[in-house]
Design a protein around this ligand. Structure first.
Ligand code: GDP
Length: 327
């Protein structure tokens, strides 16, 4: 099947063609890379947009339970839902976060859902590019909602925040009065905090935790792209499917407000610029390391810098001059 046939089938919503195209964007083979770029160019004009929702939370907080319940609710409303993962640690942990076959079993069987595990790749830049291209492919395939899941560790939230329209942070009820060790940066990215497991014995702890986070969010300055009341914290139970419809209402309300204010398009424009710069940066780095002479020079310069023979800045300037001069 050639690129334009794959493009036609993706545009017709064919999930197998979509899966195949994502395999293409994950490949590092130069011919595959060329096909992936051609495919992206062909599909770009389709003009379809999905609501891209980033979802972050530490392992065990209930991400897969939430995605299954939430995804099935959206599917029942007639929406098409795609789920992707950003998981830079998958190679280390020996399995991807969506790789476990038992996760989201019911959602994966729904004809209007598409679930794609994270590839086994440690390099965050590679995962980011693959996810970005996969999101675009899902949009071209006519999905209404694309959920981008990440574990709440490391840099992956920053990547997801640069890929999504809304960023959701999933938390578990805290035992005591203390806020969980959520980094300020992650709090600042969150549009909505969902305190999960608000059921049974954990219900009152969840309510307390939610109030704590609502307080913490109020202390963060409101951003110009937020309407009154956002960012906000809410309790849900993914297991009992409680609070999910309300959470969806809030997500839609926020998205609509941002659309009306022009923030939505502005955010996507900023993201496009960010990824363009990032790709150029990555390409330059790749060019540096692909050339054996330059690579050797980098190693020598690194050593000279470490020994104090040359300053880091001067060494970098020399390497860049060599790169500009063509090696
Ligand atoms: P993930 O690692 O973030 O994907 O978390 P999982 O979805 O696998 O859930 C981890 C554990 O928490 C499982 O035992 C779930 O059954 C449980 N869990 C998830 N959501 C809820 C919830 O809303 N309430 C309760 N009580 N348990 C939940």
């Amino acid at each position: 099947m050639d690129v334009s046939q794959i493009a036609d089938r993706i545009a017709a919503g064919d999930r197998r063609a979509l899966a195949r195209a994502i395999t293409l964007v994950e490949s590092s083979r130069p011919d595959h890379r060329g096909q992936a770029l051609a495919l992206a160019d062909q599909l770009r004009g389709a003009g379809r947009q999905a609501l891209r929702i980033g979802l972050s939370g530490t392992p065990g907080v209930g991400k897969s339970t939430f995605i299954e319940s939430f995804g099935l609710m959206l599917v029942a409303q007639g929406l098409r839902v795609a789920v992707l993962a950003v998981d830079p640690s998958s190679a280390r942990s020996g399995g991807s976060i969506l790789g476990d076959k038992t996760r989201m079993e019911r959602l994966s069987r729904a004809p209007s859902a598409f679930i794609r595990p994270s590839p086994s790749q440690t390099h965050l830049g590679g995962v980011a590019r693959r996810t970005r291209e996969a999101v675009a492919l899902c949009e071209a395939a006519g999905f209404d909602v694309v959920l981008i899941e990440t574990v709440g560790v490391g840099q992956s939230e920053t990547v997801v925040a640069q890929l999504c329209d809304l960023f959701i942070l999933l938390l578990a009820p805290a035992g005591g009065d203390e806020l969980q060790g959520v980094k300020r940066g992650i709090m600042e990215m969150a549009d909505i905090i969902l305190v999960n497991k608000a059921d049974g014995e954990l219900k009152s702890a969840a309510t307390r935790t939610c109030a704590d986070y609502a307080g913490a969010l109020r202390l963060l300055r409101r951003r110009p792209q937020d309407p009154e009341g956002f960012p906000k914290a809410m309790t849900i139970s993914a297991l009992e499917e409680a609070g999910l419809a309300k959470a969806w209402d809030e997500m839609q309300a926020l998205a609509e407000w941002r659309h009306a204010q022009g923030h939505y398009a502005a955010r996507r424009a900023d993201q496009a610029r960010h990824w363009f710069n990032e790709e150029v940066r990555q390409g330059l780095l790749a060019a540096l390391t692909a050339d054996p002479a330059l690579r050797g020079e980098m190693a020598r310069m690194g050593e000279a810098v470490a020994q104090g023979v040359v300053t880091p800045d001067s060494a970098a300037a020399q390497i860049l001059a060599r790169l500009k001069a063509g090696g």
